[in-house]
Every structure is written in structure tokens, then in C-alpha cells.
Design a protein around this ligand. Structure first.
Ligand code: NAP
Length: 269
């Protein structure tokens, strides 16, 4: 099997990367940075986002796995003390694959021409450095509301524990093929009125944002930001593509949620 490793870049992560590369190569696995079947990220969830975007052109052929060198992660759920065990698992055991949904974002310019299409593993956000954003929000082709405020966040189920959670969004199990729309400080008065609650849209329900005021937008896709002017519309929906994670042991999503946000392990009263 061909593998590649993406490190956060700090000494601890680089050392783990070097150890894993050496041992996996000794087990006759081939290090192939260009065409890996397994990508190991060593660092945090941010490192896995980086690895995902680096190999986004190979989603059908590549599975990801994360080792965390900081605090427990959602995508990085192996600890450094387990690295030897993980190396043996990777070398000896055919892994199971778990697929998570992604968000597709399509940005169209008023001038027409080529659309920009992105895939997000966590979320897309639309903000401006220029006052508030004002959008007509259409859901499944029908006008839903006119949003005015700091911005909107559209998150995947696995991204629901990240920015979305900080905005008061719900946590979605990644087996649900859906995406969530959360508001950032909406202005509500007699002119502008929004639903105020996070919305969870199923697969095939498209959300279309149509800017009503000429603004330059800061559009984030996971950890990177682009500035757009002259935007006609931003369309979001559940992507056809999925991200594939290699699983060597069960680690239920709700256990990860509990261990990250509530308390570690079982609590006996
Ligand atoms: P960062 O600002 O350096 O770190 C963002 C934090 O979010 C890190 O602690 C990261 O974990 C964590 N995180 C990433 N994905 C997560 C997930 N799916 N569930 C729970 N926590 C998650 O930025 P970054 O490392 O480049 O990551 C970009 C992400 O930051 C964005 O996709 C967005 O979700 C998040 N973000 C959050 C807020 C907020 O909560 N107010 C604001 C802006 C951006 P690690 O430490 O393990 O890497």
C-alpha cells in the first residue's frame, strides 16, 4: 500500500512522522507523496483539514487517518502513545472505510464566466470586512428570508463541532447526509427578519445566497479565505463527493463529542 504523511510541522509531530515513515517502509509499505492510498495526518484537526485539501483531487482513492499531538481531535483520534499499535494495524490489517459528507460551494460572478467550485470538510462562511452582508436566502428555489448581519456559516456534519458549534449550531452525526446553516449576528427589525434558528438541510436541498448590496465578500472554505467582488450568487449543497476515513477500531462519534466537550470517559456517581 502507498502512504503519505502530513505533519503539523512542530518537533513532536515531525518526530512521529519520521518514526511512522521509517517503520511503515520497513513493513514494505511504499511512501508515495503523489498518489497515496492512505494519508496520515500528524498534528490536530487543522492538520487533517490541510491534508484533505492537499489530496482533494484523490478523494475516491485516498483514505485519511489522524494522529493528534495536541488535544483530542475529531479527525485526529489516535494519540502518540498508540503510534506503534497504529503502525502494526496499518501494516497488517486491511482497514475499514467510513465516509463523511462534504459541502459543495459554487460561486458565480455577475459578469458570468467560469464558476468557482469548492469542497469543504468543515464549513464555508461568508462575511465581509465592509459592514454587514445582505443576502436573499433561497432554499430549494424558493425565497426563504432576507438576511442582514455579520455573515452565515454553512457546515458539514463533521464540521458541526467546529465554527458551527461556536455559533450555537447543533451537532450533527456525520452519518447524516445534510448541511447546516447558522447565522452570525443577524439584524432583526421591521425591515430585516430572519428565522434565527440554525437550519439543517437534507441532501438535494440547495441553499442559494444572492447578495443585495455591492460588497466584497470574505469567503472561507475550512482554513483558507478568499476575497470575492462582483458576486452574483453562492450556492451550497451536500457534495456528491465524500471524504473517506480509515478505521482500525471503533471510536463512536458521540464518545468523541463527550471526550472533547464534556468529560473524558465514564462518570460514576
Ligand atoms: P484555528 O483557528 O487555528 O483552529 C481552530 C480550532 O478548531 C482548532 O482548535 C481545531 O482543532 C478546531 N477544529 C477544527 N476542525 C474541527 C472540528 N471538525 N471539530 C472540532 N474542532 C475542530 O484554525 P485551523 O486549525 O486552520 O482550522 C480551521 C477551522 O477553524 C475552521 O474550519 C473553523 O471550523 C474553525 N474556526 C472556528 C472558529 C470558532 O470556533 N469561533 C472561528 C474560526 C474558525 P486542532 O487544534 O485539533 O487543530
Amino acid at each position: 500500500m502507498k502512504f503519505a504523511i502530513v505533519s503539523k510541522g512542530d518537533d513532536r509531530s515531525n518526530n512521529i512522522m519520521a518514526t511512522m515513515r521509517q517503520y511503515l517502509t520497513e513493513f514494505d509499505l511504499e511512501y508515495d507523496k503523489e498518489n497515496p492510498e492512505l494519508v496520515i495526518s500528524v498534528g490536530g484537526d487543522g492538520t487533517l483539514l490541510e491534508a484533505f485539501h492537499r489530496y482533494i483531487h484523490r478523494l475516491n482513492e485516498t483514505a485519511f487517518i489522524g494522529v493528534h499531538t495536541g488535544h483530542l481531535g475529531f479527525y485526529a483520534d489516535w494519540v502518540p502513545e498508540e503510534v506503534e499499535k497504529l503502525i502494526i494495524e496499518i501494516a497488517k490489517t486491511p482497514f475499514q472505510v467510513v465516509e463523511y459528507p462534504l459541502l459543495e460551494v459554487n460561486i458565480r460572478a455577475k459578469s458570468g464566466g467560469k464558476e468557482d467550485t469548492f469542497l469543504a470538510l468543515n464549513e464555508a462562511t461568508i462575511k465581509t470586512a465592509d459592514g454587514s452582508v445582505v443576502f436573499d436566502v433561497e432554499i430549494k428555489g424558493e425565497h426563504f428570508e432576507t438576511f442582514r448581519g455579520d455573515g452565515l456559516c454553512l457546515s458539514t456534519p463533521s464540521g458541526s463541532t467546529a465554527y458551527n458549534k461556536a455559533l450555537g449550531g447543533g451537532i450533527l452525526h456525520p452519518s447524516l447526509e445534510a448541511f447546516q446553516l447558522t447565522e452570525m449576528a443577524s439584524i432583526n427589525n421591521r425591515v430585516f427578519r430572519t428565522i434565527g434558528s440554525p437550519l439543517i438541510l437534507p441532501k438535494h436541498h440547495t441553499c442559494l445566497l444572492k447578495p443585495l448590496a455591492e460588497r466584497s465578500f470574505l469567503i472561507t472554505i475550512d482554513h483558507f479565505t478568499e476575497t470575492y467582488t462582483n458576486v452574483k450568487s453562492i450556492q451550497c449543497r451536500v457534495a456528491k463527493e465524500k471524504v473517506r476515513f480509515a478505521r482500525f477500531r471503533p471510536f463512536p462519534f458521540w464518545n468523541r463529542v463527550r471526550d472533547s466537550f464534556v468529560s473524558e470517559g465514564e462518570k460514576k456517581v
